[in-house]
Design a protein around this ligand. Structure first.
Ligand code: BES
Ligand code: ZN
Ligand code: ZN
Length: 478
């Protein structure tokens, strides 16, 4: 999508369609009022109407900000796609209000996304030229342009993550994820270390190593670091990058296995965040650590009843090989805290449990941790970024459910009750004392992937976690 800011208004012959938001028909000009009254346009029923003569696409939008605005522009661009238009005009001033350019562009770019890589040539989506006329803006064009560039960096990372997650497991396996990390590192001058299975073996990362053992793809621990001069602090992001989760020997039933290419969403979100830091001129040192692994079956598969020793020497009784994400994350969290000193924030991102979807639905990220202050901070980033989070509370009783009779802990609780929280509590075993209050676990199992499109998300991956985290980091400066 090609988006340009213009200082002045443009003539009708210079565009194919103009997007006009309607909050209140009363605020429109006389001609527009007539047009909409004639067709009985209803602002409350999210109507869209294209008027040929004036080239105006009227989109109902009762609130001209934030999520409502993003959804309205997403509806607009999806409507326009059905026609043969290519140049689109938008006035920054709509219905007597100056719109937030970032919400507008976010709705356009995210709403326009479709995964077409595997469609024949004629089914691919077209590119649009969008002209935003700013003649009535109170803000000068340079500052508007800066905001535009920032949101383009963020939304293109979200779409990059969507592409990665939507890519089938045959084409996207740990080595490919590592190569993507290397590409980002080269472009933005980040450090990038890729550790293979030999390293995992040498460093007693037996939990992560076991999960990938039956795969024909070598597991990779990816470590990206962004290090600005005189950083204001240190942030560590750890992602579950299961490029496929068949369940392992505790094999998933057929209907639950479909879509498990989405199990790399946490690691992909970490890639997406790392992909944006330089463009946003981030002042924090940020480490992105991804456990890229494929969970398969075979003669070499790890088994229920195995006892694994993690990097911090804790022993884990495997009772279900489908609870593999926490095994990979356990070692990655240990690695992060062994390698990186003086951490200010440590977040992990994982499509960890079906229980999280049962608890919170398909839109909301389950958030767990020991610090209420940190959870509140993350809630603020959620409120302004538009991503939804819900806190799932730890308590003193639930840890009993992951006790093991023969090892330090078990990877699968004896009961399904509180499954998202017991998974979070499992990870807590791998957080060092000094980092307890700096840690948040984000279960994105519901929010990362959905087969029913919602808001400005299309079928499949949503890019969950990217906007939330970048917003969190941005707020640290304030
Ligand atoms: N990757 C799944 C969780 C998942 C489910 C993600 C649905 C996205 C959509 C995870 O590895 C898993 O299978 N978890 C088990 C844990 C159980 C065996 C303790 C689950 O949620 O059933
Ligand atoms: Zn699993
Ligand atoms: Zn999984």
């Amino acid at each position: 999508m090609n988006i340009k800011l213009l200082k002045n208004d443009i003539e009708k012959k210079q565009f194919d369609v103009e997007i006009v938001l309607v909050k209140n028909i009363k605020n429109l000009n006389k001609k527009e009022k007539e047009i909409l009254k004639e067709i009985n346009f209803d602002v409350k029923s999210s109507d869209a109407y294209f008027h040929t003569n004036t080239k105006k696409l009227f989109i109902a939008c009762t609130v001209l900000k934030k999520e409502d605005l993003k959804i309205a522009f997403s509806t607009a661009i999806r409507t326009i796609k059905k026609f043969k238009f290519s140049t689109i005009k938008i006035n920054l001033l709509q219905d007597k209000k100056e719109l937030n350019i970032q919400d507008m562009v976010e709705g356009l770019v995210l709403g326009n996304y479709e995964f077409t890589k595997y469609k024949s040539e004629n089914k691919k989506s077209k590119t649009f030229k969008i002209l935003i006329c700013t003649q009535n803006s109170k803000e000068d064009i340079n500052s508007l342009n800066k905001k535009l560039q920032d949101i383009l960096a963020i939304t293109s990372s979200v779409n990059m993550v969507r592409n990665i997650v939507n890519t089938p497991p045959e084409d996207y396996y740990p080595q490919i994820m590592a190569e993507d990390a290397i590409k980002i590192a080269k472009r933005d001058n980040l450090e990038c270390i890729i550790h293979g299975e030999e390293y995992l073996l040498k460093n007693q990362m037996n939990a992560m190593l076991s999960v990938g053992r039956a795969s024909r793809h070598e597991s990779k621990l990816i470590h990206l670091s962004y290090k600005p001069k005189e950083p204001k602090g240190k942030i560590v992001l750890v992602g579950k990058g299961l490029t496929y989760d068949s369940g392992g020997l505790s094999l998933k039933p057929a209907e639950f296995m479909v879509s498990m290419k989405c199990d790399k969403s946490g690691g992909s979100a970490v890639l997406g965040i790392m992909n944006t830091l330089k463009a946003l001129n981030c002042q924090y040192e940020v480490h992105g650590i991804i456990g890229a692994v494929e969970n398969m079956i075979g003669a070499d598969a790890f088994k229920p009843d195995d006892v694994l020793v993690a990097k911090n020497a804790k022993t884990i009784e495997v009772r279900n090989t489908d609870a593999e994400g926490r095994l990979v994350l356990a070692d990655c969290l240990c690695y992060a805290q062994d390698e990186i000193e003086d951490i200010d924030y440590i977040f992990d991102y994982a499509t960890l449990t079906g229980a999280c979807i049962v608890a919170l639905g398909n839109q909301t990220i389950g958030t767990m941790g020991h610090s209420n202050k940190l959870k509140t901070k993350m809630q603020k980033a959620a409120d302004s970024s538009g991503e939804l989070i819900g806190v799932l509370p730890f308590n003193r009783y639930l840890p009993a459910m992951i006790k093991s009779k023969i090892a330090d802990i078990t990877n699968s609780s004896s009961s399904r009750a509180g499954g998202a929280i017991t998974a979070g509590l499992f990870l807590d075993n791998f957080i060092k004392k000094e980092n307890k209050k700096k840690w948040l676990h984000l279960d994105i199992a519901g929010a990362a992937y959905s087969e029913s499109p919602w808001a400005y998300n299309s079928f499949g991956a949503t890019g969950s976690g990217v906007r939330l985290t970048l917003d969190f980091i941005k707020k640290l400066d304030k």
